[in-house]
Design a protein around this ligand. Structure first.
Ligand SMILES: *[C@@H]1O[C@H](CO)[C@@H](O)[C@H](O)[C@H]1NC(C)=O
Length: 260
């Protein structure tokens, strides 16, 4: 298990890679790769507590304690370049993502001549599943995760949406938009309306881990939206942070707790 947050200043990511028990038929390990979005270096409990941060992450702390900590690594500063680099192993200037994120109204996606991590693992016999946020192209189904190496996808395609309604505005401050949520086995769906997405993803992840074909090794990519904006969590998560004066900070740390 490896564990680390990046030191990029604008936007930070947490990567947790859990390598599970070996699938008997193939002797290849099961891999769960969890990505947290916009998590600051000091927003993880065991780092933050030495830097005046009120972040509480007992579960992540225990994973880190029992795993390998990568304490000094860097990523690109925003979503699409970082996710593109993770999926391809290539620098953003080599994958057409030097400019920044892929906007909702943009037709480009991660260029199709790249072989992505799930495609390669699929070639190695893996059952590849993705649950969460893609943000690597959505203008055409050819860019969608289910056509780029993932056998199953459950989540949203763009950059950030309402955690409960899954509503995605087409542009900033716009009321025009739609529900961005897809189950690749059935298609676009509004079925998770009203449920907080981190919980929806966690319960799907549990289901996939419990029910996947045991004869094949599993690769589960779990990039959660939490704690990316828009800020907000189910209100009982606010309770431990209610003394924090800054409302945004209070909500943000509550979202980190949900992640934990
Ligand atoms: C999604 O479902 C909810 C609850 O039934 C409903 O209020 C909402 O209008 C639906 N959204 C869309 C875009 O259909």
């Amino acid at each position: 298990m490896t564990f680390g947050t990046t030191k990029s200043t604008i936007s930070s990511f947490l990567l947790i890679c859990v390598v599970g028990t070996v699938a008997e038929a193939t002797k290849k390990p099961h891999v769960v790769l969890i990505l947290a979005d916009d998590l600051g270096y000091n927003d993880v409990g065991y780092w933050g507590q030495n830097h005046g941060s009120a972040a509480k992450t007992p579960f992540l702390d225990s994973l880190a304690e029992n795993g390998v900590r990568l304490e000094n690594y860097y990523t690109h500063s925003v979503c699409s370049p970082t996710r593109g680099a993770l999926m391809t192993g290539r620098n953003r200037i080599d994958i057409g993502l030097a400019h920044g994120i892929i906007h909702t109204t943009q037709i480009e996606g991660l260029p199709l001549d790249n072989v992505l991590l799930p495609e390669q693992l699929s070639n190695c016999g893996y059952n590849t599943q993705m649950i969460g946020k893609w943000h690597l192209g959505f203008s055409s189904s050819k860019y969608a995760p289910w056509n780029r190496g993932f056998h199953g996808f459950y989540g949203f395609l763009a950059g950030s949406e309402n955690y409960w309604s899954k509503w995605l505005p087409m542009a900033r401050h716009s009321n025009i938009g739609g529900v961005d949520f897809t189950d690749s086995t059935t298609g676009p769906t509004n079925e998770t309306w009203g449920q907080y997405s981190a919980h929806v993803y966690a319960s799907r992840a549990r289901y996939v881990i419990q029910h996947h074909d045991q004869s094949k090794p599993l690769f589960l990519y779990l990039p959660l939206q939490t704690p990316h904006t828009p800020l907000g969590a189910p209100s009982h998560y606010y309770e431990p942070f209610k003394d924090i004066e800054d409302d945004d900070r209070m909500k943000y740390l509550s979202m980190v707790s949900v992640l934990d």
